[in-house]
Design a protein around this ligand. Structure first.
Ligand code: SF4
Length: 68
């Protein structure tokens, strides 16, 4: 699964981390980043819920390779 985080849009609310903690984490500044390898094993529904939970629509999903 392809997951993209728009780091210019992310406001560090942490909703994605709460919804899919195996896929998203937060960097030292609180902004979202992908857990290494997390996208490969993630349940699509959980990632979709995380994307929907983002208050600023910073997460985009696709069908390409993980993290691509
Ligand atoms: S839910 Fe959206 S704004 Fe909040 S940390 Fe995740 S990507 Fe950033």
């Amino acid at each position: 699964m392809q997951i993209r985080i728009d780091h210019h849009t992310c406001i560090g609310s942490g909703q994605c981390v709460l919804t899919a903690p195996g896929v998203f984490t937060q960097d030292d500044d609180g902004y979202s980043e992908l857990v290494p390898g997390g996208a490969a094993t993630a349940a699509r529904q959980q990632v979709q819920e995380a994307a929907l939970s983002c208050p600023v629509q910073a997460i985009a999903l696709g069908n390409g390779p993980p993290g691509d």
